[in-house]
Design a protein around this ligand. Structure first.
Ligand code: DC
Length: 215
């Protein structure tokens, strides 16, 4: 797979990476994969089937059936789905099943944008442009809280901040493909940025990375 036209956007929850990834997809006419949605779907569908999130084999079985699942289910966007996703994401068996699906997406002719935690490190190490998007936990908690309450969830800002800290610790502390910037990723801290400023900074990073590539 040639990764020249692939853009990876990694970072913690509510850092702005999803918005940045979809903006880059629109700008360059590339398909966008929200890989977090895959883990969210596995967590939610496993729970619906009565399985436990700690059961790696059952979670991997759900992951194997994922290609047939529509991912536009609102149930995958809830606070509980984010937590369930983080728990099933620790299982190497689950990550292994989802690896092929994500690499197939990245290998589309023309390229793709992939958003997640390990896109630049594990899924597409040869991507032509890699971003690692961050923001302070407080800023991320406020963004996520606005999103969740806007969707009708009843939750306090302090609870969302605790969720974010717990998820950061689990996602970066797990043994299998932990959340981490690739050595060649460019860091983008969006704490003090508007959406437009972050989108513009991301575009400049991609253009600089592409300009620096040898043909
Ligand atoms: O990006 P998100 O909040 O939708 O991700 C939900 C969880 O899924 C996240 O806490 C960890 C896991 N995840 C992962 O382990 N690897 C990815 N590439 C994407 C998400």
């Amino acid at each position: 797979m040639s990764g020249d036209q692939v853009i990876t956007v990694d970072g913690p929850a509510a850092s702005g990476k999803g918005t940045i990834a979809s903006g880059l997809g629109r700008l360059y006419g590339l398909p966008v994969l929200d890989s977090g949605l895959l883990y969210r779907a596995v967590g939610v569908l496993l729970q619906r089937a009565g399985g436990g999130l700690a059961d790696a084999a059952a979670a991997a079985a759900v992951a194997r059936g994922l290609r047939a699942v529509a991912l536009d289910d609102e149930a995958f966007r809830t606070r509980g789905a984010g937590e369930a996703a983080s728990q099933v994401a620790v299982h190497p068996e689950v990550r292994q099943v989802l690896l092929a699906l994500q690499r197939d997406f990245a290998a589309q002719p023309g390229g793709a944008v992939l958003d997640g935690r390990d896109m630049g490190t594990v899924i597409c190490p040869d991507a032509g442009a890699k971003l690692y998007v961050t923001a302070s936990p407080e800023v991320r908690a406020e963004r996520r809280w606005r999103q969740l309450t806007g969707q009708g969830e009843s939750v306090g800002l302090d609870e969302v901040l605790a969720d974010i800290r717990r998820r950061d610790a689990r996602d970066s502390g797990r043994a299998a493909a932990p959340m981490a910037p690739a050595p060649d990723a460019v860091l983008l801290d969006t704490s003090e940025m508007t959406i437009d400023q972050a989108a513009d900074a991301a575009r400049r990073i991609v253009e600089a990375a592409r300009a620096g590539q040898t043909p």
